[in-house]
Design a protein around this ligand. Structure first.
Ligand code: ADP
Length: 627
């Protein structure tokens, strides 16, 4: 029997590692199954180049839990190790690997969120085991070896009688890790980390019902057999070529990824690049409402089909973290912190690639089937609008497919919209006026007035729309966006035949004085000579102030304190209306006040501003009037 002392200063690293990775002890299984997978794939390679002259067969990896014996076995049929190789790879490589890992990890441990903890490898077995055995037989004609170690530098290495090729790792589970002897715990971990690994993984058996034979008698009872329970799909969709996959395949894979999700994805984007970095994956656009938070953290990151994390922050541009799907790239460094990740050149390239690819796909979808794209617009707009705001590269491409719907569901691109309205909708500065509403119900009266005049009114209702409008205006100096209720429509859009005032200057002053004496100071009275058919009183909310306020409420506006500003309203009074004349010519002060207050309340009602006590009083007063 050979015993020995591993020649590295590992004496104290085990407790340290265990402590650092306290919440991640479970990764031991991922690491050991990965080693088994690597050993199997290496053998396949050696056979393919004629180096190993053995039969490959149909190798699997088996995970077994022995609850009584407090052991977990991980058995592969890979290339195995000779005693010399155990000495070299386990005693030296694995242990020094652990030391190296600790070195790297120590510095970034304070920097929260190391993304993968890859690199610890075999040594992670000691996070849950008090003793580890390796029984291994190389594909080479050499006797099997049996290595035993309790995590200290002392080990034993003796010959073993194993005759089949491959490696069995036996973990003697430590008292503080007995939870890992639970079948459902191990099943859960395999499902989390190993669901798409490239070599079949067996965990127990399951009962399968055999099909009923053609000539089965009436009273035939279906036969059942016990078969291996293979927990993974070794050939997930993202590892295939897009040309091999149908729409149904993509949908099936989505269901495989999110078994609890009943809604179908809207469409998918297959990522596939091997230069200058390696990346594959499939991203799905789920149905999104206007809630920007709820869907995050659904993209899973893999490395060579091994699950790493479902927090892809820093790898995928932020706006795309609202999507779902998988990304697989061996080129993403995993034992660095998130801040380190953002500084990494390769990661930046990957992120840019994903952005570009998503933009290209959206453009293709738009061009191939515009009607379908329009139908999906409301479910995807939040991602696209957020992308335009946060990624310049995306913004540059977005003009080709981002849509601006009208209140009547006609969808324009910005270029189309400009073309459509440039003749009919300009303001006094010669800018093209884009009219929009934020809420079809609340701004109904204003929308109707604008439509009656033949103007296009968009419906822009995302929570971040004010930011986007701001950006669009600063990039298109010929455009201005105004909400339908931001001023009287005839002030927003230049009209050739603007009405002339029938009132003299004196009369105007007198009217204004009367109005101001009855109207709260929060309103600015604005006299306008409008079409005699226009509403006599309307309340407007100036675009600029409202937009700034909205921007500060949805963040990123940089307008400190704006969120707390009072609402600012104008009261536009049409001096050509009969009501204005009536008010002006009423001698009786009480009656005059009555007219103004009733008119103001009606205007408020139309802007959704009449509430509570004021609304009750208004209703009561109105009933009195028609009694
Ligand atoms: P890594 O896998 O990152 O190289 P590990 O510490 O996991 O580091 O393993 C060290 C080495 O031990 C591996 O490189 C491999 O040569 C050998 N090894 C580990 N597990 C197995 C196995 N199941 N079959 C064959 N060789 C193995």
């Amino acid at each position: 029997m050979a015993t020995g002392k591993i020649n590295v200063s590992v004496e104290n690293i085990f407790p340290l590692i265990k402590k650092f990775l306290y919440s991640d002890h479970e990764i031991f299984l991922r690491e050991l199954v990965s080693n088994g997978t690597d050993a199997t794939l290496k053998l396949k390679h050696l056979i393919s180049i004629g180096e190993a002259k053995v039969e490959y067969g149909n190798p699997i990896i088996e995970v077994k839990v022995d609850k009584e014996g407090k052991k977990i076995h991980i058995i592969d049929q890979g290339l195995g190790m000779t005693a010399d190789e155990v000495e070299k790879y386990i005693n030296q490589v694995a242990f020094s690997g652990a030391e190296e890992f600790l070195d790297k990890y120590k510095d970034s441990a304070k920097d929260s969120g190391i993304i993968g903890h890859f690199g610890l490898g075999f040594y992670s077995a000691f996070m849950v085991a008090e003793k580890v055995e390796i029984i291994t037989k190389s594909y080479k004609e050499e006797p099997a070896a049996h290595w035993t170690c309790d995590g200290s530098p002392e080990f034993t290495l003796v010959p073993a009688d194993k005759t089949t090729r491959g490696t069995e790792i036996i973990l003697h589970i430590a008292e503080d890790s007995l939870e890992f002897l639970d079948d459902s715990k191990i099943g859960g971990l395999l499902n989390k980390y190993n669901k798409f690994m490239p070599i079949p993984i067996k965990f127990g058996t399951k009962t399968e019902t055999l099909p009923k034979p053609e000539d089965a008698p009436e009273d035939y009872v279906n036969e059942t057999i016990e078969v291996d329970n293979i927990i993974n799909n070794p050939n997930p969709a993202w590892t295939k070529q897009p040309s091999e996959l149908t729409d149904e395949d993509y949908k099936n894979f989505y269901r495989e990824l999110y078994p609890m999700q009943f809604e179908e994805p809207l469409f998918n984007i297959h990522l596939n690049v091997d230069y200058p970095f390696n990346l594959t994956g499939i991203l799905y656009f789920p149905k999104l409402g206007t809630d920007m938070q709820i869907q995050r953290d659904k993209i899973q990151l893999y490395q060579n089909q091994v699950f790493v994390t479902d927090n892809v922050e820093g790898i995928v541009p932020e706006f795309l973290t609202m999507l779902k799907g998988v990304i697989d790239s061996p080129d993403i460094p995993l034992n660095v912190s998130r801040s380190g990740l953002q500084a990494d050149g390769a990661v930046k390239k990957i992120s840019n690639y994903i952005t570009r690819k998503v933009a290209d796909k959206l453009k293709a979808l738009f061009n191939e089937n515009r009607a379908d794209f329009e139908a999906k617009w409301n479910d995807i707009k939040i991602v696209l609008e957020y992308g335009m705001l946060s990624e310049d590269k995306f913004y540059e491409k977005a003009g080709a497919f981002v849509l601006y719907p009208t209140v009547d569901d006609t969808y324009f691109t910005l270029a189309e919209l400009k073309e459509k309205v440039k003749e009919n909708q300009t303001n006094k500065d010669g800018k093209i006026v884009i009219l929009y509403a934020g809420n079809k119900e609340a701004q109904h009266a204003y929308i109707e007035t604008a439509k009656e005049k033949g103007y296009e009114v968009l419906l822009l209702d995302s929570p971040i729309i004010s930011h986007l409008i701001q950006k669009l205006e600063s990039d298109n100096s010929d455009l201005t966006f105004v909400r339908v209720d931001s001023d009287h429509i005839d002030n927003l859009i230049k009209k050739e035949d603007k009405a002339i005032s029938k009132l003299s200057e004196e009369e105007k002053t007198s009217l204004k004085t009367s109005l101001e004496s009855y109207i709260p100071k929060t309103y600015t009275v604005q006299l306008e000579a409008l079409d005699s058919k226009a509403a006599p009183f309307i309340i407007t909310q100036p675009e600029f102030m409202r937009r700034m306020k909205e921007m500060s409420q949805t963040g990123g506006g940089g307008m400190f304190g704006m969120g707390n500003m009072p609402e600012m309203y104008n009261l536009v009074v049409n001096t050509n209306s009969d009501l204005a004349n009536n008010i002006l010519n009423t001698e009786d002060k009480t009656h005059q006040e009555h007219l103004v207050k009733q008119a103001l309340d009606l205007a408020k009602l139309s802007q959704n501003l009449l509430k509570g006590e004021a609304l009750t009083a208004f209703v009561k007063r109105s009933f009195e009037m028609i009694k």
